[in-house]
Design a protein around this ligand. Structure first.
Ligand SMILES: Cc1cc2nc3c(=O)[nH]c(=O)nc-3n(C[C@H](O)[C@H](O)[C@H](O)COP(=O)(O)OP(=O)(O)OC[C@H]3O[C@@H](n4cnc5c(N)ncnc54)[C@H](O)[C@@H]3O)c2cc1C
Length: 271
């Protein structure tokens, strides 16, 4: 019996996109959102499902901008927070369970926020392909080719937001991130547990442990150009998703304008 191409697994699907975004955590979703709002055709490739990585597992706390020292990052945090609140969440606060703490922090449902960003992308014609892992990024005529186990995606440009998956996908950028350990503790309170990450742990803490994450050396997100038309957003921390949203906007500007600097950093602007 001859298999049709739809049954024969040796046939590989070929897809085209203006821009392919790898990763559907907050980083990828934020970049996809800005790209879609720039009028570009976006295809998001996610190896599991939206928010399945660190983004969906967090507490959803965004620290107040004032937690940063005065200067460019604090201004950017204000701008990023304003964009999130006014442009994305203005009439949808209840849908992300948004709360404002007495200290000025925002608390929201992190997985729902990622979904909202991607819903907006899809409403603008974007595509989300879950369960599609990118295993290779190759230069191609007029763009970039992304290798996936069952498909190849050709895009004019690629934006990577894969969190801790960076070392696997773009090993050349792995050195831009360093591990940072957080000390966590828990103590019984009423019928439940109170969990915190301030150090040292309070005397009543009955449990203490450490967790490692990857950060940039200054703790601020940044954008790297990994190769021609391949950009990566790295070092986005949950407490500073406002800065992540701002950096995603800068990545989109670099990509749309075809600018060629190797990185977008804080302080001196473009390196
Ligand atoms: C253990 C841990 C503790 C943390 N603690 C804190 C904290 O205390 N405070 C704080 O501010 N921040 C913390 N963070 C960081 C915080 O989680 C990040 O802000 C944020 O959620 C990272 O978003 P992201 O989109 O960059 O990564 P992720 O949310 O991990 O998203 C990356 C996505 O890319 C997908 N992916 C990866 N590789 C591929 C591939 N090859 N092809 C396709 N898809 C791929 C993944 O499945 C995932 O969905 C912590 C992170 C970790 C891991």
């Amino acid at each position: 019996m001859t298999l049709s191409c739809w049954q024969d697994r040796s046939f590989e699907e070929l897809l085209d996109a203006d821009v392919a975004v790898v990763g559907a955590g907050f980083s990828g979703a934020a970049v996809a959102w800005w790209l879609a709002h720039s009028g570009l055709g976006v295809t998001v490739l996610e190896r599991a499902s939206a928010g399945a990585g660190a983004s969906g597992a967090g507490r959803g706390r965004i620290a107040p901008p004032e937690a940063l020292p005065p200067g460019e990052p604090r201004d950017a945090a204000r701008a990023g927070r304003g964009w999130l609140l006014e442009r994305l969440l203005a009439d949808r606060e209840h849908r992300v369970a948004l709360r404002r703490g007495a200290d000025g922090a925002l608390h929201l449902d992190p997985r729902r926020l990622v979904e909202l960003l991607l819903e907006d992308v899809m409403a603008r014609g974007g595509v989300l392909r879950a369960h599609t892992e990118v295993v290779g990024v190759d230069p191609a005529p007029h763009g970039v080719s992304l290798r996936c186990p069952a498909c190849t995606v050709h895009a004019e440009a690629v934006a990577v937001g894969v969190g801790v998956g960076l070392a696997m996908l773009l090993p050349g950028l792995a050195g831009t991130l360093v591990p940072r350990a957080d000390a966590l503790w828990a103590r019984p309170r009423d019928d439940t547990w109170e969990v915190g990450d301030a150090s040292p742990a309070p005397r009543e803490a009955t449990h203490a442990w450490r967790r490692e994450r990857l950060c940039t050396r200054d703790g601020l997100p940044r954008v790297h150009r990994a190769a021609a038309a391949v950009y990566a957003l790295v070092g986005v921390q949950e407490e500073r998703w406002d800065l992540g949203f701002f950096a995603a906007n800068r990545l989109t500007e670099m990509l749309v304008q075809g600018r060629d600097p190797e990185a977008w950093l804080w302080g001196d602007g473009v390196a």
